[in-house]
Each structure stands twice: as structure tokens, then as C-alpha cells.
Ligand binder design. Sequence first.
Ligand code: WT7
Length: 635
Amino acid sequence: MIFDKQLIPKNIDDYNSLYNHSITNPEEFWSQVADSFLWKKKWSKVLKYDFSTPKFEWFVDGKLNITENCLDRYVEIHPEKTAIIFEPNYPENETIYISYKELHSKVCSFANVLKNNNIKKGDRVCIYLPMVPELAIAVLACARIGAVHSVVFAGFSSTALSARINDASCKMIITSDGSFRGNKIIDLKSIVDEALNDCDCVDSVIVLNRINSNISLNNNEKWWHEELTKVSDDCPAEIMDSEDSLFILYTSGSTGKPKGMVHSSGGYMVYSSYSFKNVFNYNDNDIYWCTADIGWITGHSYIVYGPLLNGATSIMFEGVPSYPDFGRFWQICEKHKVNQFYTAPTAIRALAKHPLDFVEKYDLSSLKVLGTVGEPINEEAWNWYNENIGKDKCPIVDTWWQTETGGIMITSLANVTKGKPTFATKPMMGIQPVLFDENGSLFNENNKNGILGIKYPWPSIARTIYGDHERYKNVYFSAYPGYYFPGDGAYRDDEGNYRITGRVDDVVIVSGHNLGTAPIEDIINMHPNVIESALVGYPHDIKGNALYAYVILKNQSKKDDIRTEINQLISKTIGPIAKPDKIQFVPGLPKTRSGKIMRRILRKIACGEKSEFGDISTLLNPEIVDEILKVFKNL
Ligand code: WT7
């Protein structure tokens, strides 16, 4: 165990006093937490910050390398302990167990490959890989030499990929010849080839042989395994300043351009590690499994960094929950005697639709803690998870956080604080949530809905948007000066538990994926027969939310073809996850006098509401509401 016992609450009283300490003396508290890590040089000041610039510096002047904290110190303590269990897509293929010693060696070797290919501290490296151990190795190898990794989820299209490569001017991309997902084989390399047609910044490409596709490589491209034969596994860790960037990870926003959230080295290390330990109540020999992809922040913080910083055993799963059948998750839980299991409400809802035989076939008695992340969990899904997976004996932690926050912010702590269905519950140590009313005034009453804000910095807050600090300021720090604004609504009960009620901006969470509506609208509008479109979310049984597109056409013929073409366009430019479930052709859109689309009304119509649209007198064209309703009825 790396943290001092005093810093790990055992029960609700401990939590209350530690939480109080963390918010009354934050610098003292975080300095105690940070003392558990290997620093090359201690910090001179715990925190310097200014919400108006905005600027946040944690563990100022501290020097460290996060990979020494993930790997080197555990090679000393338990070299043979398994760091990563790799469970492949096909259950009949071999599981791979990688010890701390082996992982250290693989990371150092690949770090030398990066150096041989001219990658230096501060260079940006794009990683576009399936969920194989080499993905974690590539991430850690970048961190080893101080290169900034930018992992792009390997389900994104070539256009989305090239936009991200160009935004960060990545010098290198690391990819594979292909990937296995369920019964599909995906040709990742041609997606990369297409993307690279639009990227001048990339000097070299490293390709992992995953599917034995027999492709031949271009001039500046090299096979991962061939590069490895040229290097040793001795690679000293680069000395990083606390505030040096560790990685960039893109998240969508309400304009077309994705936001490259930049995370720091020191603060991110301290927070991802400390939150992992406390939220999941991880104990030394536990087997922990988070089903997310490393392409999302959940995978960064709670498959790679958080677990490894705690010397834990973390499972990486290459496949999907439905292959070869809907029992795959539970089969893996039985096989590896998983103790902590962390997944998304969407996955739970999808699995709950299938017969319980898929669950009951397996022995799930090893499970001690269950978690959810990415979107609100409805009561029905919570109950199914609790009864059938947790057998009513595992606490469920409903963890609210964001790409921007770097780590879990509001949650129950397993076996320490109490969960409450549909509530994320209480703030983590050091986190100070507040609620604002619709006029922007802070309120302290309970049993009320409001807009969530965070009052004080925490170590893993994103430091900027890559290349656009002004946008960072506008999006997160302008709505409520002096506070961080996450874009979510929340309700607080009498006991101070928070329930996240959903986005208050134009972002829709579909199957736990954060999708900005504006960039998708821009794509729909690119169709030659489209005049204008508006996209909203509406509740969906499995996905949580699905997308509903209202589209104005130039001419009304061949509507079905246009639907297909719009979907193809979206798949190609963003990825299949962004395709709307419904596309409705309408004669017009409700607009305010300043020309802003009134999405509130469109949301209500998509939800099936027929009247009660509130005040529509401010609309430029109030009659359009009835016209849209008419089309809606005829669908
Ligand atoms: C948005 C952030 C955090 C990693 C995965 C998503 C929603 C996240 C919860 C939860 C209700 C949640 C919020 C948030 N969200 N967790 N437990 N309950 N809503 O990261 O893509 O950055 O999305 O996901 O709306 O703002 P992300």
C-alpha cells in the first residue's frame, strides 16, 4: 500500500473528517498525499492558481517521472506480480500475463524505439491502436521519455483521426495493421493511410502486427517488432516538471473542432492514483477490471495510470461484451476471479436485455465492488446490476467525472460511504461541488435542481485546451467566474448526495460517448440536398440517449436515399457512434429572433411531447412547432 493509513478513510466518520481536512487545508492535505510518490525533486509550493487567467499549477517545481512511479518502484517491491492481464477478443486464444518486471522492460525497449525514431521530450505522438498490451506500452513509453501521448480511439474515422493529428502537430503515429472486435476484423492501417494524406506533420509511422495481414509498408513506416530488435531495454526516465504535459486527449465540444484537453504530469499522477485506491477500495492482491477503452479518459486513468501507480493487477480486454455471446463479461470475471468491475450503464442495459442464463452460468463470487461511469444510471439498470451481478453484496460506485477532470470527482467510496441508486453521491476528498440556480446565483438549499460548479482546483484538472487557451477559459471558466463549470446539471438531497441530471449544453451522451451536436450538424449540412439541420438527444432504453436529427431538405424526393447518405457521411467523418437513430425531414426549425435554434422545443418533440412547450412567443416562427408536430405524427 502506497498511501499513509491516515489518508485512506475506513468508514463514513473517517471520510467526513478527512474530507473536512481536505477542504479546509487543501495544500496540507494534498502534500500529504503527494508524499507517497517518488519525486526526483520535491515541490516548493503545493498549489498556485488563478481562476480568471485561468492557470493551475500543482506541486510547483517538483520533478518526477510517472513511469518510475508506475513501474520502477514496483519492480523493486514485487517484480513478478502481474501488472496487466490481457484477455484477447477470441476466448480460445491465449491470455497474456505481464509482470511488473516484464512491463518495465517492454516500456523501456519501446521508449528506445521512440528515441531511435527521433522522438524527444515534448513531441506529440498519436497512438491509434486496438485494446492490446502494446497500447498501454506505447502510452507508458511516451511518458518514459517525456513525449506527449495523444491516444485516439481506434473506432474513429480517418477524418476524425487526421483532425486530431493535425491539431496537435503529432510527429509520429503508432498503429497496427488491423484489429479484432467481436466477429469483425477492422483494417486500421488503411484508415491511417487515408488520414495521413491530410497530415504533413507526421514523420514516422510505427505499425504493430496484430492481424498478420501481410501488408507492405511505405517508406517512413516501420514494423514494431523489427524496431525492437535494434534496442536495449535500458532507458532512464526523463526528468519531468510537475507541470510538463503528460498527455492530450480529445473530447467533443459545442463547435466543430474537438478540444484537446492537456493533462499535467505531477497533479494527474497524484489524483488518478489516490482516487483509484479510494473509490474502488483496491487491496494488494485484488484483480481489477475496467471494461473501457484506453482511447477514453476512463482507460487512461483507471486501466493504465491509476492501477499501475498502485501496483495493482489491471485487466485489458480486446473484445466486446456480445462476442461470442452475451456472457463474455461474466465469463472473464469468473476466469480471472475479478474483484472490482467497472463498466458503463449502456453495457449494463444492453446485457440486461438478454436472458439471465448468460449471467448464471458463471461464478461471480469473487466480485467485491462494482462501478459505473459515463452517464447517469437509471434505477432499473442499477437494480439489475446490484441483484444479478453484485448479488446484493457488492457496493456500487457511480462515478461522475469528465475527460477534463482527469479523475473521479463525485462518487461513493466502496465500503466507506453509502451508495444511493441514481446518485453519484458525495465529492471525493478535495473536491468542492456547488449548485447555481438559473440566474447564476449560488444556493445552499437541498432537495433542489441546479447547475453544477466546482469551487476549488484539484490536482488533475486539465491545464488548457491544446493550442487554444482562450477557448478553455470561455468554455469552463466564464459561465461562473471563480468556478469550474463542467456543463452538467445536478440535484442535491438532504444528506448532501449529488445526482447528476444530464448536460445543460449542446453535448449529448450516447452510450457513454460524449458527442457535440454542432459538429454532427455541420456534417449533415454538407449533404448537397440539405439546407439546415438540428440535432438533439432523446432518451433511449439501451444507449441512455440517442440522436434525433431534424433536417430541412432542398427538394423532397428520394428521402430514404438521403437518410442513408447522411449516415454514411457521418460514419466516414466522425464514426458510426455519431449516427442519429432518427432523421426527420421538416419544413423549418424553431428559431429565436437572434437566429438561434430553440433546441429545448426540439428535445421535447423528440421525447414524444405534444404540447407544453413553454413560452414560444419569443420565436421568430412559432407556427413551425405545429408543422413539425404534424410530420412527427405521420412518421
Ligand atoms: C460527461 C463527461 C468520465 C469518463 C467517461 C465520460 C457524463 C460521466 C457520469 C455519471 C452521470 C455522467 C457527464 C459528464 N457523466 N459520468 N456517473 N453520472 N453522468 O467522459 O466523455 O468526458 O464525458 O459524461 O455528462 O459531463 P466524457
